[in-house]
Design a protein around this ligand. Structure first.
Ligand SMILES: [Fe+2]
Length: 189
């Protein structure tokens, strides 16, 4: 892939996001300012590779690392989703900006309805659903819970930006059937 002055490279995006993080810790501000830049970076084709479509068939998705800041303060991945698959409800332990790259992505938002006093126990109820089309963005503040499902017949890609490396936030995924809260680590290639 050749690059030109029109390209918005991941390294430029990283520099711009770090610039935002240097001047504000307000998540509303961060999400508002990072979102249009993430849309621009996601639309740029220079980072795309065919092997990003590979998935862990057991999990139903795959993750490719684009950037991990050495102090864990910024984490960028591309996720691939098998048709009909996705990821169960989870939080991130930080803010998140997601941009759909190749197909509509169904995001379902959840809230805890238990009192949080029982260890490893969580009860969730669905709040809303938002299908983001190619180029559209979904923003989440720390603590928000969502799940994703790919309702298309193709493997789709989405671009994810987080305010901290996801394996350093103590985040959780939720087992809806058994009302369990489980640690959720990510494996990237
Ligand atoms: Fe997520």
């Amino acid at each position: 892939m050749t690059t030109n002055s029109e390209n918005y490279l991941i390294e430029d995006f990283v520099k711009d996001v770090l610039g935002i993080l240097a001047v504000t810790t307000d998540e509303d501000q961060i999400l508002k300012r990072v979102s249009p830049l993430a849309q621009r970076a996601a639309a740029d084709k220079t980072w795309r590779r065919d092997d990003m479509y590979l998935v862990d068939t057991e999990l139903g998705f795959g993750s490719t690392l684009l950037h991990a800041e050495p102090d864990n303060s910024l984490f960028i991945v591309v996720d691939s989703w098998l048709p009909g698959r996705g990821v169960p409800p989870h939080d991130h332990g930080t803010w998140a900006v997601v941009v759909s790259v190749t197909g509509p992505e169904c995001n379902i938002f959840w809230e805890r309805v238990d009192d949080g006093t029982r260890e490893n126990h969580a009860e969730l109820q669905k709040i809303s659903e938002d299908v983001i089309s190619i180029g559209e963005v979904a923003c989440m503040k720390t603590g928000e819970i969502h799940s994703i499902v790919n309702k298309t017949n193709e493997t789709t890609l989405s671009f994810h930006v987080y305010g901290r490396h996801l394996n350093h936030t103590g985040r959780s995924q939720f087992d809806l059937e058994n009302n369990l809260k489980i640690p959720f680590l990510i494996k990237t290639r």
